[in-house]
Design a binder for this molecule. Structure first.
Ligand SMILES: Cc1cc2nc3c(=O)[nH]c(=O)nc-3n(C[C@H](O)[C@H](O)[C@H](O)COP(=O)(O)OP(=O)(O)OC[C@H]3O[C@@H](n4cnc5c(N)ncnc54)[C@H](O)[C@@H]3O)c2cc1C
Length: 343
C-alpha cells in the first residue's frame, strides 16, 4: 500500500524531520513489484531504507521511499565446519546475529548490537571489533530497480572494502538487496584482534557467547542509544593517510594513533582523535552536538534540524582539514548525497 506525505521522523535514528512524497513498506514480493512499478510509471526517484540508522535526511524526499521489510531465515549445512545461512533483507541485524549464535552458527558475534537491517549490511560492509560483515558474506541477491531483473552477486562482485562495496559505486542506487547469504562456522572461531575486546575478556574466557556479551556491554557503555538520543553511529569514516602524511603529523602530534596495514604502507587514523584534538568533543551547533563520550558520533541533542547537523559536520570537516590537512569523509549516507568538496 502506497501512502502519501509520510513523516519519516520516527523511521530514521537521527530523529530528523522529513516527509516522503510517497512511502511504501515492502514486506512481500507483491508489494515489491507494486512499488517498483509505481516508481517506474510515475518516474519517481527512489530511496531504499531499512532501519534508517545510517541516513542523514537533509530535506523532504520528492519520490518514493521504500522501507524494505522482507523476512525469513533459511540455512543449509555445508559440511562439518560451516553452514550457509540466508537472511532476507528486512531481518533485524542484531536479532539475526543473536539467532545465529543460538543455533551454534559462529562468526558474527563481534557485530552484535549494530542497528539496522540485514539488507543494509553489505552496502557499507558494516564492521566492528575486528570483523566486517563482508568477511562472512558469500553472495547477495538483488533486483534491478529499473528492469526488475534478479541477480546474485558473489563475494568478489560485491567488492567489499573498509565501509565500502560496489553498492556505493557502480551499483549505487541501481539495486535493491533482497537477501544476503553468509557462510558461518559450526565451531567457534573467536576473533580477539581488537585490543579493547581482548582486554574485556581477559579473565572471562572467549567463547562466542562471551564475545557477544562483551561487545554488547562495550557498545552500551560507549555509544548513545538512538531511542534516547538521536544519532546514526559513526558520522565519519576513519581516514587512511599515506605513510609520509602520517609521519609529518607525528612530528607535531607525537601522540597521534595510527594503524598501518603494512610497514611503510597507508595508515588508518581514528577520526575521533582528530575531531577531539581539534576541540569539537561535546560542542553543539543549534540542536546538534558532538557526543561527549565519543567524538565520532554526532547527536540530535535538542530538536536538531538537518541543517544543524550538516553545518556542524561541515565545521568539523573544515577545522580538521585546516589543522591536520585531512579530508574527513562522512560514513553516514546523506540524502541528497554529500558532494565533496565544499571547502
Ligand atoms: C548507535 C549506532 C551504532 C552504529 N554502529 C555501527 C558499527 O559499529 N559499524 C557499522 O558499520 N555501522 C554502524 N552503524 C551504522 C548502521 O547501523 C549501519 O550502517 C546499518 O547497516 C544501517 O542499516 P539500516 O537498515 O538502518 O540502513 P539505512 O540507514 O536504512 O540505509 C543505509 C543505506 O543502505 C541503503 N539500503 C538500505 N536497505 C537497502 C536494501 N534492502 N537494498 C539496497 N539498499 C538498501 C539505503 O538506501 C542507504 O543508502 C551504527 C548506527 C548507529 C545508530
Amino acid at each position: 500500500m502506497i501512502r502519501e506525505n509520510v513523516d519519516l521522523q520516527a523511521l530514521n535514528t537521527f530523529g530528523l524531520k522529513a516527509l516522503a512524497r510517497y512511502f511504501c513498506r515492502v514486506d512481500s514480493e507483491a508489494r515489491l513489484s507494486q512499488a517498483l512499478d509505481f516508481a517506474r510509471e510515475h518516474k519517481l526517484p527512489l530511496l531504499l531504507m531499512g532501519g534508517g540508522s545510517n541516513l542523514l535526511l537533509r530535506e523532504n524526499f520528492p519520490g518514493l521511499v521504500m522501507q524494505v521489510a522482507l523476512r525469513g531465515i533459511t540455512h543449509t549445512l555445508q559440511d562439518e565446519r560451516s553452514v550457509r545461512v540466508h537472511a532476507a533483507s528486512g531481518e533485524n541485524w542484531h536479532d539475526f546475529v543473536q539467532h545465529c549464535l543460538s543455533q551454534g552458527w559462529y562468526g558474527l558475534e563481534n557485530l552484535a548490537l549494530i542497528p539496522g537491517s540485514v539488507g543494509a549490511a553489505p552496502i557499507q560492509n558494516i564492521g566492528a571489533y575486528g570483523v566486517e560483515a563482508g568477511d562472512l558474506i558469500e553472495c547477495v541477491d538483488v533486483v534491478d530497480i529499473r528492469t526488475g531483473e534478479r541477480q546474485t552477486l558473489n563475494h568478489e562482485q560485491c567488492a567489499f572494502g573498509y565501509r565500502d562495496s560496489v553498492f556505493k559505486h557502480s551499483l549505487r542506487g541501481r539495486k535493491l538487496i533482497l537477501g544476503v547469504t553468509f557462510r558461518l562456522w559450526r565451531t567457534p572461531q573467536p576473533n580477539l584482534r581488537y585490543a579493547v575486546l581482548a582486554q574485556a575478556l581477559s579473565d572471562k574466557g572467549a567463547g562466542p557467547q562471551e564475545i557477544f556479551d562483551a561487545v554488547c556491554a562495550i557498545r552500551r557503555s560507549k555509544l548513545p542509544d538512538p531511542a534516547v538520543l538521536g544519532n546514526a553511529g559513526s558520522f565519519f569514516k576513519n581516514p587512511v593517510l599515506s605513510a609520509e602524511h602520517y609521519a609529518r603529523l607525528q612530528q607535531t602530534n607525537p601522540d597521534i594513533p595510527g594503524f598501518p596495514s603494512d610497514a611503510g604502507g597507508p595508515v588508518k587514523v581514528p577520526a575521533a582523535w582528530l575531531i577531539e584534538k581539534a576541540g569539537w568533543k561535546g560542542r553543539s551547533h543549534g540542536g546538534a552536538a558532538v557526543y561527549e563520550k565519543q567524538a565520532l558520533v554526532l547527536v540530535n541533542r535538542d530538536h536538531a534540524s538537518a541543517r544543524d547537523v550538516v553545518e556542524l559536520a561541515q565545521q568539523i570537516m573544515t577545522s580538521v582539514q585546516q589543522q591536520f590537512g585531512v579530508a574527513l569523509e562522512p560514513e553516514v549516507q546523506w540524502v541528497p548525497p554529500f558532494e565533496p568538496p565544499f571547502l
